[in-house]
Design a protein around this ligand. Structure first.
Ligand code: GLA
Length: 376
């Protein structure tokens, strides 16, 4: 990938730029908790977006996407974001840096990636954090701190892409560290690295390749449900809610909002339990909690789909230690904690059975926890 990017850069702009990369992410547990001030437990993975970038001395940005084979040019002062979705991420990052008083001048860039799109691995966060990191290095002497870089990516999603997401994906992509998961407290923004070296097990993603259209933006609707319940309870976020307090207002909120909030309250505790279990080397507990999360995401939070539930069933039947939907939901991957001795059997069963029912094989991605945004 690096070679192709460099060749394209030479062909289009002459010479070469500086190469930057950032990563997609997994999340072991803690789903839909970030925008509720709860805990998440993600890590960056070895699937990346790489960009070769060089200031061009103008106020224009010229970018070529190798994967989409498309060229976009925009002015830094332009009011309207480009029509192409991929270019909106880059435009948004530039504008969000400028909005915060940072510096961005014209530049030329060529980028490519191998983070699967729409698989719930945060390809968009990888793109945002790659450019945010690069523009901080090229034009701001790295004076913007790393949390602000993550927030620049998050605000890009909010203001230019219509997704009212939390901070997890951009945080993981910026802060990712090889061989480590990170527990982030999304209220205090305190975080801790946890070495991830479970012997005898593998983590593997099974990609249903289902990309459900987010009609009516179901993600944003989930967030609104949570905010409604928090408001009713008189608290800022569901981080401060208890099951007892929720039960006390059950009659005053919709059944849907009740179940959304119930999931968030339970999931918050599961992250802490999984971190403790991991430190004890207790993978059985980690796995059990993963199944509980799947149940909650499927039945209470309702962000699953038939294909993901089927993948979860197969995992359970194969004796996989833990399995659940990963990321926002509505398609994409399950994350699976699998004992080494049943790994091959699981992969062949899940591939065969899923293909038998849906007419296409799921994609399999073994997880390798890697570094986040960096200069190459
Ligand atoms: C998406 C969002 C994140 C997070 C997850 C669900 O990936 O971008 O902020 O809310 O969904 O955990």
């Amino acid at each position: 990938m690096e070679k192709t990017i460099k060749q394209e850069f030479e062909k289009r702009f002459g010479g070469e730029g500086t190469m930057y990369a950032s990563a997609g992410r997994i999340n072991l547990i803690g789903e839909h908790t970030d925008y509720n001030g709860g805990f998440v437990f993600p890590g960056a993975i070895d699937k990346v977006i790489m960009a070769d970038i060089r200031p061009n001395g103008t106020d224009k940005v010229r970018v070529f996407s190798v994967d989409i084979n498309e060229n976009v040019e925009f002015g830094l002062e332009e009011k309207d974001a480009p029509a192409q979705q991929w270019a909106r991420y880059i435009f948004g990052v530039c504008r969000e840096i400028i909005k915060r008083g940072g510096n961005v001048k014209g530049f030329d860039a060529v980028f490519a990636g191998n983070v699967p799109l729409g698989a719930g691995l945060s390809s968009s966060a990888a793109l945002e954090s790659c450019f945010a990191f690069a523009l901080n290095d090229l034009f701001n002497g790295n004076s913007i701190d790393k949390f602000e870089l993550a927030k620049i990516g998050q605000s890009t999603e909010h203001n230019y892409c219509g997704v009212n997401c939390g901070i997890m994906d951009q945080f993981a992509s910026v802060f990712g560290k090889k061989g480590h998961l990170m527990r982030l407290d999304c209220r205090s923004m305190e975080y801790e690295y946890f070495p991830f070296n479970i012997t005898g097990y593998k983590l593997v993603l099974v990609d249903s390749q289902v990309k459900h259209a987010l009609v009516d933006s179901p993600y944003n609707k989930r967030r609104q449900s949570c905010e409604r319940v928090a408001a009713k309870l008189g608290i800022d976020t569901l981080r401060d809610a208890t099951k007892e307090a929720l039960d006390a207002i059950k009659g005053e909120i919709s059944a849907e909002d009740y179940f959304r909030a119930k999931f968030v309250i339970e999931e918050k505790q599961r992250v802490l339990d999984v971190c403790d279990a991991l430190q004890r080397g207790d993978c059985e507990t980690v796995g059990r909690k993963m199944y509980e999360t799947h149940e909650g995401l499927s039945k209470d939070y309702e962000v699953s789909c038939e294909e993901l539930d089927y993948l979860n069933d197969i995992a359970r039947r194969c004796g996989v230690t833990g399995s659940r939907i990963m990321g926002g939901g509505f398609g994409g991957c399950t994350i699976n904690l699998v004992k080494n001795d049943i790994y091959d059997q699981f992969i062949s069963t899940v591939t065969h059975e899923f293909n038998g029912r849906y007419g296409h094989e799921p994609k399999i991605y073994p997880v390798i926890i890697s570094d986040g945004a960096h200069k190459c």
